[in-house]
Design a protein around this ligand. Structure first.
Ligand code: GRF
Length: 217
């Protein structure tokens, strides 16, 4: 089995990164994590990656005068480590068109809402304020617009009457940790094809959203 070489880019805690690293330990998983890059030297995820034996690089965005210069340095590092696919996992940066287009359809992000609803920050508070009954998370190919791009997979979770942003975030995060490895597997297996603004998934049946969204008892 050929394993696709994947780099993960983070800014913080790195729990989605850990979920991807764990998935890649499965013998039949079609990807390996070759490197982790963080724009934040204080990101807790850096120590977690190192503990898991994954090499890391810090590229501190504050050291660059222009957004394009940081993105170019990131792009260079991703190429140096031989990444074929790049997973953004809690990477809190607005991206330049050049970077996004250089990695077109090889750059994946996870966002904690059912896109195109609630892109951007404060997702869970906004979902609660809107009174939606379901939220969830989305794994998607990255485009230059924030939290937009062809959807690879989504997971649904209920919004419960006594939820606050923190409780909803925790429920969604648990779904993210299952969804991201699932989506990366689809891409690494070569089962995804971008057609216009959407992703067509080839092959056998895709597990239904129910897999990720058990209703509360
Ligand atoms: C996740 O909720 C992710 O969807 C969002 O930022 C959070 C990052 O968490 N983009 P972690 O760093 O993966 O723990």
């Amino acid at each position: 089995m050929v394993r696709r070489r994947v780099a993960i880019v983070i800014s913080g805690r790195g729990s989605n990164m850990e979920a991807l690293i764990a998935a890649c330990r499965q013998p039949d998983y079609p990807a390996e994590i070759v490197h982790v890059v963080s724009n934040e030297p204080a990101a807790a995820g850096l120590a977690k990656a190192a503990a898991a034996g994954v090499p890391t690089t810090v590229i501190e965005h504050r050291r660059f005068a222009a957004r394009a210069d940081f993105d170019a340095a990131l792009d260079r590092r991703l190429r140096e480590v031989g990444a074929e696919l790049v997973c953004h996992a809690g990477f809190m940066r607005i991206l330049t068109v050049d970077y996004v287009e250089a990695w077109r359809d090889r750059l994946i992000n996870i966002h904690p809402s059912l896109l195109p609803a609630f892109p951007g920050l404060d997702t869970h508070a906004r979902a609660i304020a809107a009174g939606v009954r379901f939220s969830g998370c989305t794994a998607h190919f990255v485009r230059a617009k924030v939290d937009a791009g062809p959807i690879i997979a989504q997971a649904v979770v209920p919004v419960l009457p006594d939820d606050d942003a923190e409780r909803l975030a925790a429920r969604v995060l648990a779904a993210e940790h299952r969804l991201y490895p699932f989506a990366l597997r689809l891409v690494a297996d070569g089962r995804t094809r971008v057609v216009g603004d959407t992703v067509v998934v080839d092959g056998a049946a895709i597990p239904a959203v129910g897999l990720f969204s058990p209703l509360p008892d």
